[in-house]
Write a protein that binds this ligand. Structure first.
Ligand SMILES: Nc1nc2c(ncn2[C@@H]2O[C@H](COP(=O)(O)OP(=O)(O)OP(=O)(O)O)[C@@H](O)[C@H]2O)c(=O)[nH]1
Ligand SMILES: [Mg+2]
Length: 209
């Protein structure tokens, strides 16, 4: 039997991982990209990773920016908020203040992007440290509802919900991209937007038997 496949171009999205120092941003990113657990704490200045994943059968190239939570390294914040298509807001369930810090970050994102519906996922990391919990699940969920963003409890240590938070963010970014029909999100190539659109239209109608 012949089957038909519609060729989908690979989309590229910029993901920014934000949150207070030590909440586990680098560990979540390392688990997602390299499947590795890092026990030591080495505060980040700024790291970026590229990884390709498949989400609901669509190829997505992610450029992930792992940012600095420590104040002295935050000078680049405005710039990377501008270029981000989606944001992981990470706090530690063992630190009440780390959740409080997310409110300011979110306000900054919305101001800089000038978009209250920018894709965001709220992540309560270190879920394995239940004995040290300072943030109720219900409280964090309530905050995320106010922000109209999904909430996940995750653990970089046990690799719980690590893929899920990135995939949820990808789905949000893809949905927006579909709605906007925005060429800017498409794979780079240096050609003009008109040319890119023509190329994309061609690609969308290409059926491989
Ligand atoms: N128990 C537990 N520890 C974690 C988890 N995630 C990270 N850690 C530990 O917390 C410490 C800080 O983790 P990082 O990922 O470096 O934190 P960060 O948010 O990147 O910190 P900055 O780069 O300074 O902003 C490290 O010692 C990790 O091993 C987790 O899910 N559970
Ligand atoms: Mg880090």
């Amino acid at each position: 039997m012949l089957s038909k496949y519609r060729y989908q171009p690979c989309r590229e999205f910029h993901v920014v991982v934000l949150g207070a120092g030590g909440v586990g941003k680098s560990c979540l990113t390392a688990q997602f990209v390299h499947n590795e657990w890092i026990e030591s704490y080495d505060p980040t200045i700024e790291d970026s990773y590229r990884t390709q994943i498949s989400v609901d059968g669509r190829q997505v190239m992610l450029e992930i920016l792992d940012t600095a939570g420590t104040e002295q390294f935050v000078a680049m914040k405005d710039l990377y908020m501008k270029t981000g298509h989606g944001f992981l807001l990470v706090f530690s369930i063992a630190s009440r203040s780390s959740l409080e810090e997310l409110a300011t970050l979110r306000e900054q994102i919305i101001r800089i992007k000038d978009d209250p519906n920018i894709p965001i996922v709220v992540v309560g990391n270190k879920a394995d440290l239940g004995d040290h919990r300072q943030v109720d699940r219900a409280k964090a969920y309530h905050v995320s509802q106010e922000w109209q963003a999904p909430y996940y409890e995750a653990s970089a240590r046990t690799r719980t919900n690590v893929d899920e938070v990135f995939v949820d963010l990808c789905r949000q970014m893809i949905r927006r991209d579909d709605i906007a029909g925005n060429d800017a999100y498409y794979q780079k190539g240096g050609d003009s937007s008109k040319k890119r659109r023509r190329k994309r239209e061609k690609e969308h109608t290409c059926i491989i038997l």
